[in-house]
Ligand binder design. Sequence first.
Ligand code: PLP
Length: 374
Amino acid sequence: MATPFHSITEEDIQAVVEVLKSDWLTTGPAIERLEEAFSQLSDAPHAVAVSSGTAALHAVMHCLDLKPDDEVIVPAITFLATANAVLYAGGVPVFVDIDPGTALIDSGDVERKITPKTRAIVAVDFAGQPCCYPRLREIADGSGLTLISDSCHALGARYQGKPVPFFTDFTTYSFHPVKHVTGGEGGMVVCRDTACNAKLRRFRNHGIDKDFREREREGSWGYSMIELGMNYRLTDIQSALCFSQLSRLQANLSERRKIASRYREIIGSSDRLRPLNTVPDTEHAFHLFVVLVDEKAVPGGRSRLFADLHAEGIPVNVHYEPIYLHPYYQERFGDRSGRCPNAEQFYRECLTLPIFPNLSEETFTVLSKILKTL
Ligand SMILES: *Cc1c(COP(=O)(O)O)cnc(C)c1O
Protein backbone atom coordinates (compact mmCIF):
# COMPACT_ATOMS: atom_id res chain seq x y z
CA MET A 1 0.00 0.00 0.00
CA ALA A 2 2.93 2.29 -0.63
CA THR A 3 1.29 5.31 -2.25
CA PRO A 4 3.45 8.35 -2.82
CA PHE A 5 2.38 11.56 -1.12
CA HIS A 6 2.91 13.54 -4.30
CA SER A 7 1.17 13.23 -7.65
CA ILE A 8 2.86 13.91 -10.98
CA THR A 9 0.86 14.21 -14.21
CA GLU A 10 1.94 14.06 -17.87
CA GLU A 11 1.56 17.86 -17.99
CA ASP A 12 3.99 18.20 -15.07
CA ILE A 13 6.53 16.04 -16.90
CA GLN A 14 6.05 18.01 -20.11
CA ALA A 15 6.60 21.31 -18.26
CA VAL A 16 9.92 20.05 -16.89
CA VAL A 17 11.02 18.70 -20.28
CA GLU A 18 10.37 22.11 -21.85
CA VAL A 19 12.74 23.76 -19.41
CA LEU A 20 15.38 21.11 -20.05
CA LYS A 21 15.21 21.97 -23.76
CA SER A 22 15.36 25.74 -23.13
CA ASP A 23 18.20 28.21 -22.58
CA TRP A 24 17.69 28.66 -18.83
CA LEU A 25 17.96 25.95 -16.20
CA THR A 26 18.04 28.32 -13.24
CA THR A 27 16.82 31.84 -12.38
CA GLY A 28 15.17 32.21 -15.78
CA PRO A 29 11.62 32.83 -17.01
CA ALA A 30 10.03 29.86 -15.15
CA ILE A 31 10.93 31.27 -11.75
CA GLU A 32 9.45 34.67 -12.69
CA ARG A 33 6.22 33.01 -13.79
CA LEU A 34 5.97 31.08 -10.54
CA GLU A 35 6.64 34.21 -8.45
CA GLU A 36 4.00 36.15 -10.39
CA ALA A 37 1.47 33.35 -9.79
CA PHE A 38 2.18 33.37 -6.04
CA SER A 39 1.91 37.09 -5.75
CA GLN A 40 -1.52 36.91 -7.48
CA LEU A 41 -2.69 33.97 -5.41
CA SER A 42 -1.64 35.78 -2.21
CA ASP A 43 -2.92 39.19 -3.26
CA ALA A 44 0.49 40.55 -2.21
CA PRO A 45 2.97 42.62 -4.24
CA HIS A 46 6.08 40.43 -3.85
CA ALA A 47 6.90 36.73 -4.01
CA VAL A 48 10.48 35.45 -3.92
CA ALA A 49 11.18 31.82 -4.81
CA VAL A 50 13.97 30.04 -2.91
CA SER A 51 15.40 26.53 -2.69
CA SER A 52 13.31 25.25 0.25
CA GLY A 53 10.78 26.19 2.91
CA THR A 54 13.67 26.28 5.36
CA ALA A 55 15.56 28.72 3.10
CA ALA A 56 12.38 30.82 2.96
CA LEU A 57 12.27 31.02 6.77
CA HIS A 58 16.01 31.77 6.96
CA ALA A 59 15.65 34.56 4.38
CA VAL A 60 12.79 36.10 6.38
CA MET A 61 14.83 35.96 9.59
CA HIS A 62 17.70 37.64 7.72
CA CYS A 63 15.35 40.55 6.92
CA LEU A 64 14.80 41.14 10.66
CA ASP A 65 18.50 42.06 11.19
CA LEU A 66 18.46 40.31 14.57
CA LYS A 67 21.00 41.26 17.19
CA PRO A 68 22.38 38.52 19.45
CA ASP A 69 19.80 37.74 22.15
CA ASP A 70 16.92 39.17 20.11
CA GLU A 71 13.92 36.91 20.57
CA VAL A 72 11.48 35.47 18.07
CA ILE A 73 8.28 33.82 19.26
CA VAL A 74 7.48 30.43 17.72
CA PRO A 75 4.92 27.77 18.67
CA ALA A 76 6.25 24.65 20.44
CA ILE A 77 4.37 22.41 17.99
CA THR A 78 5.78 22.84 14.50
CA PHE A 79 8.46 21.40 12.25
CA LEU A 80 12.02 22.05 13.48
CA ALA A 81 12.82 24.43 10.61
CA THR A 82 10.55 27.14 12.08
CA ALA A 83 12.79 27.48 15.14
CA ASN A 84 16.09 26.53 13.49
CA ALA A 85 15.76 29.52 11.12
CA VAL A 86 15.81 31.85 14.14
CA LEU A 87 19.08 30.24 15.27
CA TYR A 88 20.64 30.55 11.76
CA ALA A 89 20.01 34.31 11.96
CA GLY A 90 21.58 34.59 15.42
CA GLY A 91 18.36 35.03 17.40
CA VAL A 92 16.75 33.09 20.23
CA PRO A 93 13.51 31.16 19.60
CA VAL A 94 11.03 31.60 22.44
CA PHE A 95 8.53 28.74 22.54
CA VAL A 96 4.89 29.45 23.27
CA ASP A 97 2.11 27.01 23.97
CA ILE A 98 -0.72 25.93 21.69
CA ASP A 99 -4.46 26.09 22.07
CA PRO A 100 -5.45 22.51 23.02
CA GLY A 101 -8.52 22.52 20.75
CA THR A 102 -6.87 23.58 17.50
CA ALA A 103 -3.13 23.03 18.19
CA LEU A 104 -2.57 26.56 16.82
CA ILE A 105 -0.42 29.13 18.62
CA ASP A 106 -2.12 30.43 21.79
CA SER A 107 -2.35 34.21 21.49
CA GLY A 108 -2.68 34.62 25.28
CA ASP A 109 0.65 32.84 25.76
CA VAL A 110 2.17 34.94 22.95
CA GLU A 111 1.30 38.08 24.93
CA ARG A 112 2.75 36.63 28.13
CA LYS A 113 6.06 35.79 26.48
CA ILE A 114 6.72 39.16 24.82
CA THR A 115 9.76 40.88 26.37
CA PRO A 116 11.72 44.04 25.44
CA LYS A 117 13.93 41.75 23.29
CA THR A 118 11.08 40.28 21.21
CA ARG A 119 11.28 41.22 17.51
CA ALA A 120 8.80 38.98 15.74
CA ILE A 121 6.05 36.39 16.05
CA VAL A 122 6.00 33.33 13.79
CA ALA A 123 2.54 31.80 13.53
CA VAL A 124 2.32 28.31 12.03
CA ASP A 125 -0.84 27.30 10.19
CA PHE A 126 -0.60 23.85 11.70
CA ALA A 127 -2.20 21.00 9.71
CA GLY A 128 -3.37 23.58 7.14
CA GLN A 129 -5.64 25.65 9.35
CA PRO A 130 -4.95 29.40 9.41
CA CYS A 131 -4.19 30.95 12.81
CA CYS A 132 -6.29 33.74 14.29
CA TYR A 133 -4.54 36.47 12.29
CA PRO A 134 -6.60 39.56 13.19
CA ARG A 135 -5.75 38.94 16.88
CA LEU A 136 -2.08 38.21 16.16
CA ARG A 137 -1.86 41.34 13.98
CA GLU A 138 -3.22 43.39 16.86
CA ILE A 139 -0.67 41.93 19.29
CA ALA A 140 2.22 42.43 16.82
CA ASP A 141 1.23 46.03 16.04
CA GLY A 142 0.72 46.80 19.73
CA SER A 143 4.34 45.85 20.48
CA GLY A 144 5.98 46.90 17.19
CA LEU A 145 6.71 43.29 16.13
CA THR A 146 6.97 41.71 12.70
CA LEU A 147 4.27 39.11 12.03
CA ILE A 148 5.40 36.08 10.04
CA SER A 149 3.36 33.10 8.95
CA ASP A 150 5.02 29.75 8.39
CA SER A 151 2.29 28.61 6.05
CA CYS A 152 4.16 25.56 4.75
CA HIS A 153 1.08 23.44 5.67
CA ALA A 154 -1.48 25.85 4.36
CA LEU A 155 -1.09 26.85 0.72
CA GLY A 156 -4.55 28.01 -0.39
CA ALA A 157 -5.95 28.47 3.14
CA ARG A 158 -8.06 31.54 3.88
CA TYR A 159 -9.15 33.39 6.99
CA GLN A 160 -12.43 35.32 6.71
CA GLY A 161 -12.12 35.05 2.94
CA LYS A 162 -8.62 36.54 2.84
CA PRO A 163 -5.42 34.68 1.95
CA VAL A 164 -2.98 34.37 4.88
CA PRO A 165 -0.46 36.93 3.45
CA PHE A 166 -3.19 39.59 3.71
CA PHE A 167 -2.57 39.67 7.47
CA THR A 168 1.18 39.14 7.73
CA ASP A 169 4.43 40.91 6.90
CA PHE A 170 5.97 37.69 5.56
CA THR A 171 4.48 34.31 4.64
CA THR A 172 6.54 31.23 3.78
CA TYR A 173 5.70 28.12 1.73
CA SER A 174 7.49 24.84 1.02
CA PHE A 175 7.49 22.70 -2.14
CA HIS A 176 8.68 19.49 -0.48
CA PRO A 177 6.88 16.43 -1.94
CA VAL A 178 4.52 16.05 1.04
CA LYS A 179 3.18 19.59 0.56
CA HIS A 180 0.26 20.67 -1.66
CA VAL A 181 2.50 21.73 -4.54
CA THR A 182 5.94 20.24 -5.11
CA GLY A 183 9.06 20.97 -7.11
CA GLY A 184 10.98 18.07 -5.53
CA GLU A 185 12.29 20.77 -3.20
CA GLY A 186 11.62 24.48 -3.14
CA GLY A 187 10.13 27.34 -1.18
CA MET A 188 8.58 30.79 -1.46
CA VAL A 189 8.43 33.97 0.59
CA VAL A 190 5.51 36.33 0.06
CA CYS A 191 5.90 39.86 1.42
CA ARG A 192 4.48 43.39 1.15
CA ASP A 193 7.54 45.55 1.73
CA THR A 194 9.55 46.63 -1.34
CA ALA A 195 12.87 46.96 0.51
CA CYS A 196 12.42 43.48 2.00
CA ASN A 197 11.67 42.11 -1.45
CA ALA A 198 15.05 43.39 -2.65
CA LYS A 199 16.77 42.05 0.46
CA LEU A 200 15.24 38.58 0.02
CA ARG A 201 16.38 38.50 -3.62
CA ARG A 202 19.91 39.48 -2.63
CA PHE A 203 19.99 36.95 0.19
CA ARG A 204 19.16 34.03 -2.10
CA ASN A 205 22.04 35.04 -4.38
CA HIS A 206 25.09 35.60 -2.12
CA GLY A 207 24.08 39.15 -1.17
CA ILE A 208 24.81 40.34 -4.72
CA ASP A 209 22.84 43.38 -5.91
CA LYS A 210 22.12 42.10 -9.46
CA ASP A 211 21.49 38.63 -10.78
CA PHE A 212 22.99 37.24 -13.97
CA ARG A 213 19.92 37.92 -16.11
CA GLU A 214 19.75 41.54 -15.02
CA ARG A 215 23.40 41.99 -15.99
CA GLU A 216 22.70 40.32 -19.35
CA ARG A 217 19.83 42.69 -20.02
CA GLU A 218 21.96 45.70 -19.09
CA GLY A 219 24.93 44.43 -21.06
CA SER A 220 27.19 44.91 -18.06
CA TRP A 221 29.53 42.67 -16.07
CA GLY A 222 29.67 44.62 -12.85
CA TYR A 223 28.05 43.52 -9.62
CA SER A 224 28.59 44.20 -5.96
CA MET A 225 28.12 42.01 -2.93
CA ILE A 226 26.64 44.32 -0.33
CA GLU A 227 25.77 41.85 2.41
CA LEU A 228 26.41 38.20 3.26
CA GLY A 229 23.92 35.96 1.47
CA MET A 230 23.52 32.31 0.54
CA ASN A 231 22.94 30.27 -2.60
CA TYR A 232 19.23 29.65 -2.04
CA ARG A 233 18.20 29.87 -5.69
CA LEU A 234 15.34 27.72 -7.01
CA THR A 235 16.03 26.18 -10.43
CA ASP A 236 13.79 26.78 -13.43
CA ILE A 237 13.34 23.00 -13.60
CA GLN A 238 11.77 23.02 -10.12
CA SER A 239 9.85 26.24 -10.81
CA ALA A 240 8.22 24.74 -13.90
CA LEU A 241 7.14 21.67 -11.95
CA CYS A 242 5.69 23.85 -9.17
CA PHE A 243 3.89 26.08 -11.66
CA SER A 244 2.33 23.09 -13.39
CA GLN A 245 1.26 21.60 -10.03
CA LEU A 246 -0.18 24.92 -8.90
CA SER A 247 -2.83 24.70 -11.62
CA ARG A 248 -4.31 21.72 -9.71
CA LEU A 249 -4.25 23.37 -6.28
CA GLN A 250 -8.01 23.85 -5.99
CA ALA A 251 -8.69 20.25 -6.99
CA ASN A 252 -6.06 19.09 -4.51
CA LEU A 253 -7.68 21.14 -1.73
CA SER A 254 -11.17 19.87 -2.42
CA GLU A 255 -9.92 16.27 -2.49
CA ARG A 256 -8.30 16.81 0.92
CA ARG A 257 -11.46 18.42 2.30
CA LYS A 258 -13.49 15.41 1.11
CA ILE A 259 -11.18 12.98 2.90
CA ALA A 260 -11.36 15.14 6.02
CA SER A 261 -15.15 15.00 6.10
CA ARG A 262 -15.09 11.23 5.65
CA TYR A 263 -12.75 10.98 8.64
CA ARG A 264 -15.02 13.26 10.64
CA GLU A 265 -17.97 10.97 9.89
CA ILE A 266 -16.10 7.89 11.07
CA ILE A 267 -14.75 9.55 14.19
CA GLY A 268 -17.87 11.59 14.85
CA SER A 269 -19.44 9.22 17.33
CA SER A 270 -16.23 8.04 19.02
CA ASP A 271 -15.48 9.22 22.52
CA ARG A 272 -11.94 7.89 22.22
CA LEU A 273 -10.77 9.88 19.22
CA ARG A 274 -11.14 13.60 18.81
CA PRO A 275 -10.28 15.54 15.65
CA LEU A 276 -8.81 19.02 16.04
CA ASN A 277 -11.39 21.80 16.20
CA THR A 278 -11.88 23.78 13.04
CA VAL A 279 -12.25 27.52 13.31
CA PRO A 280 -15.40 29.02 11.75
CA ASP A 281 -15.06 31.31 8.72
CA THR A 282 -11.78 29.78 7.58
CA GLU A 283 -10.84 27.67 4.59
CA HIS A 284 -8.67 24.83 5.87
CA ALA A 285 -5.97 23.43 3.58
CA PHE A 286 -5.82 20.01 5.35
CA HIS A 287 -2.14 19.26 4.92
CA LEU A 288 -2.60 16.86 7.86
CA PHE A 289 -5.57 15.23 9.52
CA VAL A 290 -4.70 14.99 13.19
CA VAL A 291 -6.73 13.06 15.76
CA LEU A 292 -6.15 13.03 19.48
CA VAL A 293 -6.26 9.58 21.04
CA ASP A 294 -7.64 9.55 24.58
CA GLU A 295 -4.82 8.05 26.66
CA LYS A 296 -7.20 6.70 29.31
CA ALA A 297 -9.93 5.28 27.07
CA VAL A 298 -7.73 3.55 24.48
CA PRO A 299 -5.48 0.82 25.90
CA GLY A 300 -1.91 1.67 24.95
CA GLY A 301 -3.10 5.07 23.74
CA ARG A 302 -1.73 6.75 20.65
CA SER A 303 1.41 4.63 20.47
CA ARG A 304 -0.58 1.40 20.33
CA LEU A 305 -2.96 2.73 17.67
CA PHE A 306 0.01 4.00 15.66
CA ALA A 307 1.61 0.54 15.80
CA ASP A 308 -1.64 -1.21 14.80
CA LEU A 309 -2.23 1.05 11.81
CA HIS A 310 1.41 0.95 10.78
CA ALA A 311 1.33 -2.86 10.85
CA GLU A 312 -1.55 -2.72 8.35
CA GLY A 313 0.56 -0.57 6.03
CA ILE A 314 -1.34 2.64 6.73
CA PRO A 315 0.99 5.66 6.42
CA VAL A 316 0.26 7.16 9.84
CA ASN A 317 2.61 9.65 11.45
CA VAL A 318 3.09 11.90 14.48
CA HIS A 319 3.35 15.70 14.08
CA TYR A 320 5.13 16.99 16.21
CA GLU A 321 7.22 16.60 19.33
CA PRO A 322 7.58 19.99 21.07
CA ILE A 323 10.79 21.42 19.63
CA TYR A 324 12.37 22.29 22.96
CA LEU A 325 12.34 18.58 23.93
CA HIS A 326 14.76 17.65 21.12
CA PRO A 327 18.27 16.83 22.41
CA TYR A 328 19.95 19.73 20.59
CA TYR A 329 17.59 22.26 22.11
CA GLN A 330 17.87 20.68 25.55
CA GLU A 331 21.66 20.82 25.39
CA ARG A 332 21.75 24.38 24.14
CA PHE A 333 18.98 25.94 26.20
CA GLY A 334 18.61 23.55 29.13
CA ASP A 335 15.80 21.22 30.11
CA ARG A 336 12.58 23.10 29.51
CA SER A 337 10.12 20.25 30.04
CA GLY A 338 6.83 21.51 31.41
CA ARG A 339 7.24 24.86 29.68
CA CYS A 340 4.29 24.36 27.29
CA PRO A 341 1.92 21.90 29.00
CA ASN A 342 -0.71 21.87 26.24
CA ALA A 343 1.96 21.11 23.63
CA GLU A 344 3.32 18.25 25.72
CA GLN A 345 -0.14 16.77 26.28
CA PHE A 346 -0.85 17.14 22.55
CA TYR A 347 2.34 15.24 21.72
CA ARG A 348 1.23 12.31 23.90
CA GLU A 349 -2.11 12.04 22.09
CA CYS A 350 -1.66 13.18 18.48
CA LEU A 351 -1.82 10.87 15.50
CA THR A 352 -1.75 11.99 11.87
CA LEU A 353 -3.97 10.08 9.46
CA PRO A 354 -3.10 10.07 5.75
CA ILE A 355 -4.96 12.74 3.79
CA PHE A 356 -3.13 13.16 0.50
CA PRO A 357 -5.28 13.05 -2.68
CA ASN A 358 -3.78 9.74 -3.88
CA LEU A 359 -5.13 7.87 -0.88
CA SER A 360 -6.47 4.55 -2.08
CA GLU A 361 -9.95 3.25 -1.26
CA GLU A 362 -8.28 0.13 0.12
CA THR A 363 -6.27 2.15 2.65
CA PHE A 364 -9.43 3.95 3.56
CA THR A 365 -11.39 0.76 4.17
CA VAL A 366 -8.72 -0.80 6.42
CA LEU A 367 -8.40 2.43 8.35
CA SER A 368 -12.13 2.87 8.87
CA LYS A 369 -12.47 -0.69 10.15
CA ILE A 370 -9.75 -0.26 12.76
CA LEU A 371 -10.98 3.13 13.91
CA LYS A 372 -14.60 1.99 14.15
CA THR A 373 -13.79 -1.01 16.33
CA LEU A 374 -11.64 1.01 18.70
C1 PLP B 1 7.84 21.53 5.39
C2 PLP B 1 7.94 22.55 6.44
C3 PLP B 1 9.05 23.41 6.56
C4 PLP B 1 10.31 23.24 5.79
O1 PLP B 1 10.19 23.15 4.45
P1 PLP B 1 11.33 22.44 3.56
O2 PLP B 1 10.92 22.81 2.18
O3 PLP B 1 11.28 20.99 3.83
O4 PLP B 1 12.64 23.07 3.93
C5 PLP B 1 8.98 24.41 7.51
N1 PLP B 1 7.92 24.55 8.33
C6 PLP B 1 6.87 23.73 8.26
C7 PLP B 1 5.72 23.95 9.19
C8 PLP B 1 6.85 22.69 7.33
O5 PLP B 1 5.81 21.84 7.29
